[in-house]
Design a binder for this molecule. Structure first.
Ligand SMILES: Cc1cc2nc3c(=O)[nH]c(=O)nc-3n(C[C@H](O)[C@H](O)[C@H](O)COP(=O)(O)OP(=O)(O)OC[C@H]3O[C@@H](n4cnc5c(N)ncnc54)[C@H](O)[C@@H]3O)c2cc1C
Length: 494
C-alpha cells in the first residue's frame, strides 16, 4: 500500500472530517487531501443515521438549550440563538453542495419535520410559556407557535395526547424544523472528494500514532486486514476520529493533552417500525431533562427516515460503557486512556461524577418495563410489542484538569502545534454544527486560505453569511433572504 504524502490529512470519515475536507478542497482546489478511516466503510460510527437522532439542532424544540432564567424571571435564550446561527451555516453549505453538484438529491439526507417542545404539569407549562415569549421576540424564532390546548397538541402530535391523563400541558411548534441523515451526507461529500484530483480515502486503515517532526506530522498507519504499517507525512492534521480522538492525541506528546481525560457515555433507542404507528407521528417531540438525570440531552420521540422507511425512535437512554467507539472500540479503551498526566483529573472525575455513573449504570440495568414507562410519558398508549431496543452511538465527553473533574458536555475545537493540528473534543450539539466547526478550524489553523480575495469569495459562495452576525436585528432581512435561498435549494417546506 502506498499513499503519497499530503497537504491535509483527516483521521476518521464522519461528518466532521467530511465537512472540513470538502470545504478545504473547494477553498483551494490545489490541495492534496488524504482521509484514513479504520472501519471498512465511511461514517459508520456516531454520524451514521442509526447512531444519532438526526435532529437538525437549531434550538427550536430543545428545551434544555434554554434552561436558565434571568434575575427578572425571563428565560435566557443566548445559547439557542448561537446554535440556530451555526445551523444556518450548515444549511447554507449543504445547499451550496447541492447547487454545485457535490451531493445529489437533497431528499437523500434532509427533510422538513416539525420540531415540538412538549411539557406537562403547571411548572413546565409556566416555563414553556416564558421561553416562548423570550424566543418569539427574535427574528430567528418568529414562527414559533405556542399552545396550552391539549386538543391542538393532539392535532400536532396525536400519539402524544391519546390516553393522556387530564392536567396542564403545553407545546411549542416550529413547522420548518429538519431531520438530517448525517451518515448519508458524509458519504456523499466524501464520494465527491474521492473523485477530485490529488484526493484519496483509505478505509480499513487505522492511524495508530502521531508525531510532529520539523514542519510535518508523521502518522503511523496500520492496514486492518494485513497488519502492515506505513508512515504518512502531512503539513496539517485534523483528528476527526470521534471517540478515537483522545487516544490518538495522547500518542502525539502534546503538553496540552496531558491533563485531558475521556468519559464514554453509551446511548440506546427504542425503535418502532410498525407502519400503523409510524404513519401517525410526523414530528420530533422533545421534553425536558428529568430532574434526576444529568444533562445528557432530553428524551424525545421522533419520526425518522432510515433505510428508506419511516421509523419511530424514542430515547436516548444512557448506558455505562468503557468503549470509546461503538464498532471499532475495545473494552480496554477507558483504562488504556489513563496516564500519569490525567490520573488526578480522572480520579477527581470519579468522585465528582458519582451521580452520573450511578445514573448510567441504573439506565443500563433498566428493564423493558422501565423503558416503556419512560416512553409512555410521550406516548401513553405505546404497546411494548411494537418496540425494540437498539444501541446508539457512544459519546466520549471531555474531562479537563481545569474543570476539576467535571464532565464537559459541549463541543470544542482543540488546536495545537502552532495550528498544524486540530481535533474535535466533546459531542454536543454535534453533527448539526459540523459546518461551523469546519469554519472555526479553517479560521484558527489555516487562515491564509480565507485571506486571499479568491479564498474569501469562495467561502462567501459556500456560506454567504459566514462573516456576518445574523443575530443582529439589523440583519433580519439578510437572514430571511439567505435562509429562504438555502431552504429552496434543499427542497425544504417553509
Ligand atoms: C445517541 C446520540 C444522539 C445524537 N443525536 C444527534 C442529533 O440529533 N443531532 C446532531 O447534530 N448530533 C447528534 N449527535 C452527535 C453526532 O452524532 C456527533 O457529534 C457526530 O456524528 C460526530 O461526528 P464525527 O465525525 O466527529 O465522529 P464519528 O462520526 O464518530 O466519526 C469518527 C470516525 O473516526 C474513525 N476513527 C476512529 N479512530 C480512528 C483511527 N485511529 N484511525 C482511523 N479512523 C478512526 C471512526 O471509525 C469513525 O468513522 C448524537 C450522538 C449520539 C451518540
Amino acid at each position: 500500500m502506498h499513499f503519497p504524502d499530503s497537504d491535509i490529512v483527516l483521521i476518521g470519515s464522519g461528518i466532521m472530517s467530511a465537512s472540513l475536507a470538502a470545504m478545504l478542497k473547494r477553498l483551494d482546489p490545489g490541495l492534496s487531501v488524504q482521509v484514513f478511516e479504520v472501519a471498512d466503510g465511511i461514517a459508520q460510527e456516531s454520524s451514521d443515521g442509526w447512531n444519532n437522532a438526526g435532529t437538525g439542532h437549531a434550538g427550536l424544540c430543545e428545551i434544555s438549550y434554554t434552561p436558565a432564567r434571568e434575575a427578572d424571571g425571563s428565560v435566557k435564550v443566548d445559547r439557542a440563538l448561537g446554535i440556530f446561527e451555526q445551523y444556518e451555516h450548515s444549511k447554507q453549505f449543504w445547499s451550496y453542495a447541492v447547487a454545485s453538484g457535490m451531493v445529489g438529491d437533497p431528499k437523500s439526507f434532509i427533510h422538513t419535520v416539525p420540531h415540538i417542545g412538549f411539557v406537562h404539569g403547571a411548572d413546565g407549562v409556566d416555563f414553556l410559556r416564558d421561553r416562548h415569549a423570550a424566543m418569539v421576540e427574535h427574528h430567528f424564532f418568529r414562527t414559533m407557535e405556542l399552545t396550552l390546548d391539549g386538543a391542538l397538541i393532539g392535532d400536532w402530535a396525536p400519539l402524544v395526547m391519546e390516553g393522556r391523563d387530564a392536567g396542564p400541558v403545553a407545546a411549542t411548534r416550529v413547522v420548518s424544523g429538519t431531520e438530517v441523515n448525517f451518515g448519508d451526507l458524509a458519504r456523499e461529500l466524501l464520494r465527491w472528494l474521492a473523485a477530485q484530483d490529488r484526493c484519496n480515502i483509505a478505509t480499513g486503515h487505522r492511524v495508530v500514532r502521531l508525531r510532529h517532526v520539523g514542519d510535518r506530522w508523521e502518522l503511523v498507519v496500520q492496514c486492518v486486514e494485513t497488519g502492515e504499517t506505513i508512515l504518512h507525512r502531512s503539513r496539517f492534521v485534523f483528528v476527526g476520529a470521534g471517540g478515537g480522538s483522545l487516544p490518538l492525541l495522547q500518542t502525539a506528546s502534546l503538553p496540552e493533552v496531558a491533563g485531558l481525560g475521556g468519559f464514554p457515555i453509551g446511548g440506546q433507542w427504542l425503535v418502532c417500525d410498525n407502519p400503523v404507528v409510524c404513519d401517525r407521528h410526523d414530528a420530533k417531540v422533545y421534553g425536558t431533562t428529568p430532574p434526576a438525570s444529568p444533562s445528557l440531552g432530553a428524551p424525545h420521540l421522533d419520526v425518522r427516515r432510515l433505510d428508506g422507511r419511516r421509523q419511530l425512535m424514542f430515547g436516548p437512554f444512557g448506558s455505562w460503557t468503557t468503549k470509546f467507539l461503538k464498532n471499532s472500540g475495545r473494552w480496554t479503551d477507558l483504562p488504556s486512556s489513563v496516564r500519569y498526566g490525567n490520573i488526578t483529573t480522572l480520579l477527581r472525575s470519579a468522585i465528582h461524577n458519582r451521580a452520573l455513573v450511578r445514573y448510567l449504570v441504573g439506565q443500563a440495568l433498566q428493564s423493558m418495563d422501565h423503558r416503556m414507562a419512560a416512553l409512555r410519558g410521550f406516548y401513553p398508549l405505546a404497546n411494548p410489542q411494537d418496540w425494540k431496543l437498539i444501541d446508539a452511538g457512544i459519546r466520549v465527553q471531555t474531562i479537563k484538569k481545569e474543570d476539576r473533574g467535571a464532565v464537559y458536555f459541549g463541543t470544542e475545537v482543540f488546536r495545537a502545534a502552532g495550528g498544524s493540528l486540530a481535533a474535535l473534543l466533546g459531542a454536543s450539539p454535534g453533527a448539526s454544527v459540523s459546518v461551523s466547526i469546519a469554519l472555526e478550524v479553517i479560521k484558527s489553523c489555516l487562515p491564509q486560505l480565507l485571506h486571499s480575495p479568491d479564498g474569501h469569495a469562495r467561502m462567501k459562495q459556500m456560506i454567504p453569511t459566514y462573516d456576518e452576525d445574523l443575530k443582529r436585528s439589523s440583519n433580519a432581512g439578510l437572514f430571511a433572504q439567505s435562509s429562504a435561498r438555502a431552504e429552496e435549494l434543499l427542497q425544504l417546506d417553509r
